[in-house]
Design a protein around this ligand. Structure first.
Ligand code: 8YV
Length: 323
């Protein structure tokens, strides 16, 4: 029997690409260019498995292409809001993702952004590089304390809980959260976390707010102008979830008018073409979607995709089935 044909849409860690080459008739993307909608449609027609990532938009219009050969989308990433899941289901496509292996690295980036935003890290770096630093003085670049402050989490899944652990046990932070259903009692006890009734109730109490809900239609612009007005003027907003959870223009206005102190962002609406308004804001710390970007994590994500493909082609239940 010939080996299944597999397409990887972007470069993956070399060790995983090698394993893919040993197991499948695999096509890699040596120049790492992002695929166009047309290329994705052709991929669905030519391969048994297509392995996309967050930069591959797969709406119904692409997934519904005629004469599909593809049976499985082995997504490289835990978030799958770039895939129209209803259309995939309707087309009989299997979809898998990579939960669990990127929890700590993404929580680390959220904590990095919180610290950078609180302590004005990126701004300080720019000052030194610009040659504009005239030396230490008692009132220069004063900032906000992290230790002992209150952190509010919107969404309380794996990544939020990992961040809460770092914040509470490492920095003595008080943890608040909003989640549709109560969290596991042992976790709540360990973090001494307090569940708030809703976002409106939580926001005014927080020194830092970190977003950990999934992206997509249900959470689009969950942080809007109205809710930004509920935050303390000294508070910071951290987003490592998905860009469209925040109304960019509303956040830019709030930062510009200093209605909140700062924002630390790893994700953006219309990534990578973020709203240009962010670029001139000293109080916005901007990272290029680095949440899971450690060698170990990206390798583990690739291994997860491999495990899902292996199960699928062996006719076994998938470890990480979305659809
Ligand atoms: C990835 C992520 O870098 O897993 C996710 O959902 O946002 C990041 O870890 C990216 O999505 C890879 O597709």
């Amino acid at each position: 029997m010939s080996k299944p044909k597999v397409l990887i849409t972007r470069r993956w860690p070399e060790s995983v690409e090698l394993k893919l080459q040993q197991r499948y008739q695999v096509t890699l993307n040596p120049d790492d260019h992002p695929f166009s909608a047309e290329e994705l449609k052709q991929a669905l027609q030519q391969y048994d498995a297509v392995c996309p990532s967050v930069c591959d938009s797969l709406p119904a219009e692409v997934l519904n292409v005629a004469d599909k050969r593809c049976k499985i989308l082995g997504n490289f990433g835990v978030g799958y809001n770039h895939i129209d899941i209803a259309a995939a289901r309707q087309q009989g496509l299997t979809v898998s993702n990579t939960p669990g292996v990127l929890t700590e690295s993404t929580a680390d980036i959220a904590m990095t952004l919180l610290l950078m935003s609180a302590r004005r890290g990126a701004e300080g770096d720019r000052l030194v590089r610009s040659g504009g630093w005239s030396g230490w003085c008692p009132t220069q670049m004063m900032s906000s304390d992290v230790t002992g402050a209150t952190l509010g989490l919107i969404g309380f899944g794996r990544i939020a809980q990992a961040m809460a652990g770092k914040a509470h046990h490492g920095f003595g932070m008080k943890i608040l959260y909003v989640k549709p259903s109560p969290a596991d009692p042992a976790t709540v006890a360990d973090l001494q976390a307090i569940r708030c009734n809703n976002v409106e109730q939580m926001l005014p109490q927080c020194d830092y707010v970190s977003l950990h809900c999934p992206g997509g239609a249900e959470t689009r612009h969950l942080i809007n102008a109205e809710r930004l007005r509920l935050m303390k003027p000294s508070a910071h907003l951290i987003n490592t979830a998905r860009g469209d959870v925040v109304d960019s223009q509303a956040l830019i206005d709030a930062l510009r008018e200093r209605r909140i102190a700062g924002a630390g962002l790893d994700v953006y609406e219309n990534e990578p073409k973020l709203h240009p308004g962010f670029l001139s804001l000293e109080n916005a710390t901007l990272l290029p979607h680095l949440g899971s970007a450690t060698i170990a994590t990206r390798t583990a994500m690739g291994e997860k995709v491999l495990a899902n493909l292996e199960a699928f082609f062996a006719g076994r239940e998938l470890p990480d089935r979305v659809v």
